[in-house]
Design a protein around this ligand. Structure first.
Ligand SMILES: [Zn+2]
Length: 239
């Protein structure tokens, strides 16, 4: 009799454990891929949150009185941030400060933006000096430290004998080289915002992570407004 009672108990417990395990499996399966846990410390990032579709916006060659405030207004409107690969421009201190006040980032885009200085010979000494000059300028002027570098004119299409020693310089100085995947093509003359948008969207080709290049122009600000709207509707987030 006692044996039968013990056996019954064991069977009951086994069934209970199995049911709980099954319930746990069901709970796990019920978690949708798109959920992002609200974590005030930012310490816990679930693996699936890293699989989101992400856009990085980069703005080259600013700031300017004509365009930077418009670009910043678009970013504010959509509550997204961008990295501005800036050049040293006189009389624009307030614009750099507005960029930073909006939660955006500054990146090193050289001091001279002069291809003959930067890429004139295989020796990277002038390139290194120029990079440090821009870095020091950002630090002394705005107390800002950046570890992001964007090659003026880009690296692709330049001989590896030119780019490799410069990559070595950048690594030694602690920089991450930031290229781009898609572009507005806004450095060509008379491009409309609609064409800029089409240029960028054509380059996406199913990528989950894309870095967009635009330049600091008023027309590009218009295209950026449309681009952010479109990418949000496609499920991309901005970083
Ligand atoms: Zn540039």
């Amino acid at each position: 009799m006692i044996f039968a009672a013990v056996l019954l108990h064991v069977v009951a417990v086994t069934i209970l454990v199995f049911a709980v395990q099954r319930e746990m499996r069901l709970i796990k399966l019920d978690v949708p891929d798109s959920i992002v846990f609200d974590d005030p410390d930012g310490a816990y990032v679930p693996a699936f949150a890293q699989q989101e579709r992400v856009v990085y916006i980069t703005v080259d060659d600013g700031p300017s009185r004509d365009a930077t405030p418009q670009i910043l207004a678009v970013l504010r409107k959509h509550n997204v941030r961008a990295t501005f690969f800036v050049l040293p421009r006189d009389g624009c201190d307030d614009l750099y400060e507005q960029i930073l006040a909006g939660g955006n980032y500054l990146g090193n885009h050289s001091y001279s933006h002069d291809y003959s200085v930067l890429y004139g010979t295989e020796n990277a000494a002038e390139f290194r000096a120029d990079t440090l000059r821009a870095e020091n300028w950002l630090r002394e002027k705005f107390g800002y430290e950046t570890t992001l570098y964007r090659y003026p004119g880009g690296a692709s299409g330049r001989p590896s004998a030119i780019i490799e020693p410069r990559d070595t310089v950048l690594r030694a100085l602690g920089y991450t080289r930031v290229d781009w995947d898609i572009s507005f093509g806004d450095d060509a003359p008379r491009v409309t915002p609609e064409t800029m948008l089409a240029n960028a969207l054509n380059g996406i080709a199913g990528r989950d992570t894309v870095t967009l290049l635009l330049h600091d122009t008023a027309t590009s600000a218009e295209a950026l407004d449309m681009f952010i709207q479109e990418m949000k509707s496609r499920g991309y987030v901005f970083n």
